[in-house]
Each structure stands twice: as structure tokens, then as C-alpha cells.
Design a protein around this ligand. Structure first.
Ligand SMILES: [Zn+2]
Length: 329
């Protein structure tokens, strides 16, 4: 990725009050789940990437307001690669935008939100422990700990006023968290974590508006899981499906997931049942954030509703036996 255009773009978003901004990373887009708990388990990727001495600091800092620790860590990753960056302003001085330290604070914001995290009675913007606690303090002050996905997004946006930045932080955070548990029934699972808000039997039984398929309204950034193992036959980034994933199941059936904020798998990739493949959004033909899920058996769309109800109860019903009508309204 090129750094120049990003920096140029970034300058457009910089406001005097924003804490900003090093843009050292790469644009990966996506988002973490609404239900991210501050206590979620670090993924293998997190353990491999986050310095061992800083992981507990991110976790402790997030406890200030029970916000997701992975979001604080993701900010640290994007701002300075956890302090490994040698860019101007990270270890001394300030960068072009006036940002300093591993968490890239503007001087005024640091004065307001800086914290002595390591107990040496100095709040030092270049000290990683102080800077991380200061960043969490600032995110918390903007509502990151309220358990509301929209407030979390808004808190990250306050850190750097750009939607792409919010998506990038949440994508990184999702990578840092162990995927939420799903309810795997034999070879199948409901394509959302069991803890997903609103995922009730009523929601699973809801008819689709036209052809056999299933829609589930859920906030942008909800992890979408593979309902069955298989191989990614295609990903889409436009058209009616928007950002979508088509998986040819090892059971011979075709599974399609639509309207993501972006996809997390590539064509030809093998996926396991319950693996996170996408984060929900409202791309394509969509009137609001939701998952569109459809299953095709031998060229015919079948009704996912009875399958979802079975899978959620631990019964691994094969879609081959699903009805092909009776699930539209
Ligand atoms: Zn639909």
C-alpha cells in the first residue's frame, strides 16, 4: 500500500481536537463483533504480533471501562506497530500532524487524557504503558466501554476522524480476538455466534421476503461464520450481494453469505465449519445492516429456517432434506 495518498487523505480528516494518526499500517477493512468482551481470549495472531510485555498492558488499560482490549491493541498496532515503528514522532518529537508517542497523541489531547500508567508519577507520552493507558482513557471518555457497537465506532472515530480508520481498527481487533464460539451441530452451525444479540428462535424462523433464503438484521461488524465446511468458490464486492462469500460445501451444497462490510476469505480457500468468513454490513442491495444467507441444493434454493432451528438445537440436519417452499412471506 502506498503511504503518500493515505497521508494526503488523512490530512483532510485531521482536526485540531483529534488525537491522531500515524498511518503506518495497511488498509485492511473489517470489523469486530458487537459483543466483544474486554475479557475475550487473544488469538494466535495476537500472541504472535503483540509484544509479550504489552499484551497485559492493553488488557489492563481496557479494564478502565470494560472496553474490548483488542481495540486498544489494534490502535497501538495501527498507530506505531506497538511502538516498533521508527517513524518521526513515535520515540521523540512529533510527526507532521503534531502526534507523539506510540499511541500518537496530539499535545492538547495528551494534556487532557494522558495517564501515568506505570506508577512513576509522570505521564510520559513516549512511555508505552502511559500512552496505552492514555489511549484507553480517551476511548473510554468517548463511550467505548458502553457495550454499544455504535458508541464503540464513534469512540474510535474520535481517535482519528475517518471511517476507514474505524474499519481498520475493528478489523485488526477482530484478528486479535479468538473467534466467538458457535453452536456446531455435527457438520453444521448457525452462521452466527450463539451469543449474537437478537439471534432468537423467532429470528431464525423468520420468512424471507421473496425466495427461499434467510435475512438476519444485525449491526455492522457482527462476525459471520461458515455454516458448513467447504471451499470458497467466489467472493463478491459489488452487485446485489455486495461484499459476499460463496462456499461450495464439502456436502455438495452451495452456501452464500451477502452484504458484509468486507470479506475475510479468498477464492480457493478451504474453510472449516464455524470459521469466521465475513463481518456483517449493508453492502449491495440492502436497506440496513444484515446477513443474507442462502443454501442451494442441486440447483434449487432451500429454506434455511428449519435448518437453523435444528442446528441451534445441536441437530446436524443436512440441507438435502430441507423444504424448498414455505419460508417466504
Ligand atoms: Zn435476503
Amino acid at each position: 500500500m502506498t503511504k503518500g495518498p493515505l497521508l494526503a487523505l488523512l490530512l483532510l480528516f485531521v482536526t485540531p481536537v483529534a488525537v491522531v494518526v500515524a498511518v503506518l499500517g495497511i488498509l485492511i477493512v473489517i470489523v469486530t463483533g458487537a459483543a466483544s468482551a474486554s475479557s475475550s481470549t487473544p488469538s494466535g495472531a495476537a500472541l504472535a504480533d503483540i509484544p509479550a510485555n504489552l499484551l497485559p498492558v492493553y488488557q489492563a488499560a481496557a479494564e478502565r471501562c470494560a472496553m474490548p482490549w483488542a481495540v486498544v491493541a489494534a490502535v497501538g498496532k495501527i498507530e506505531s506497530d506497538h511502538g516498533r515503528s521508527q517513524a518521526q514522532g513515535v520515540h521523540s518529537g512529533a510527526n507532521f500532524a503534531g502526534a507523539s508517542g506510540p499511541m500518537q497523541f496530539l499535545a492538547a489531547t495528551w494534556r487532557a487524557y494522558g495517564v501515568d500508567g506505570d506508577g512513576d508519577e509522570v505521564a510520559d507520552v513516549y512511555n508505552p504503558v502511559d500512552a496505552i493507558h492514555g489511549a484507553a482513557n480517551y476511548l473510554c471518555a468517548n463511550g467505548a466501554g458502553e457495550g454499544d457497537p455504535a458508541r464503540l465506532r464513534s469512540a474510535i472515530w474520535n481517535y482519528n476522524h475517518a471511517e476507514w480508520y474505524v474499519n481498520k481498527v475493528l478489523a485488526q481487533a477482530a484478528e486479535y480476538e479468538e473467534a466467538a464460539a458457535s453452536t456446531i451441530a455435527g457438520d453444521y452451525t448457525v452462521p452466527l455466534a450463539a451469543s449474537t444479540p437478537g439471534l432468537s428462535q423467532t429470528a431464525m424462523a423468520k420468512p424471507h421476503h421473496d425466495y427461499p433464503a434467510w435475512d438476519f438484521a444485525t449491526p455492522t461488524g457482527t462476525p459471520i461464520l461458515a455454516a458448513a465446511a467447504g471451499m470458497v468458490a467466489a467472493t463478491t464486492s459489488s452487485g446485489a450481494c455486495g461484499n459476499g462469500v460463496v462456499i461450495d460445501g464439502t456436502d455438495g451444497h452451495r452456501y452464500t453469505y451477502c452484504h458484509g462490510v468486507s470479506t475475510g476469505v479468498a477464492r480457493g480457500e478451504s474453510v472449516a465449519v464455524g470459521q469466521q468468513i465475513m463481518l456483517s454490513g449493508s453492502s449491495g442491495r440492502s436497506t440496513g445492516p444484515h446477513l443474507h444467507f442462502q443454501i442451494v441444493v442441486g440447483g434449487t434454493k432451500v429454506c434455511p429456517q428449519t435448518l437453523l432451528l435444528a442446528w441451534s438445537e445441536g441437530i446436524g440436519t443436512n440441507p438435502a432434506s430441507a423444504p424448498t417452499s414455505g419460508c417466504t412471506s
